[in-house]
Design a protein around this ligand. Sequence first.
Ligand code: HEM
Length: 112
Amino acid sequence: MSRGRAKLEGIFNHDVKLVGGSTVKADEQYLRNSILNPASQVVEGFQPIMPTFKGQVTEEQLNALVAYIKSLTPNAAASTAPATNAPAAANKPDAKPAANTTAPMAVANSNK
Ligand code: HEM
């Protein structure tokens, strides 16, 4: 059941149903676009109330947000490709410090 996803956990590389009936895969491009142009791909069951963060986050912050959202999907960092023949990296913690953004919402909350 994918009507109205309320969480970002597990979203990366999974299909998202949009208003209008189309489906997109939540890859990096989709996540970036969802942050910069939220109204352009609105998730089914939601209103387009998300504000754009264009001009408010730097490229670096945008990358950190995308990395953080990716980290909410188990194995996302290890397998950008379909996980069918994933190498034996399953037990290896990913060495990349991609997800050390503990409080990404602080970015949005920094206005007074
Ligand atoms: C840095 C802050 C934020 C990030 C990184 C972020 C990220 C995202 C992403 C990735 C999606 C797509 C979710 C999906 O496909 O299931 C989304 C959707 C959504 N967001 Fe945000 N969001 C942020 C802030 C906000 C804020 C401040 C609001 C409301 C005031 C908001 C409201 C929504 C709503 C209603 C949707 C679903 C409808 C749509 O696709 O536009 N978000 N957000």
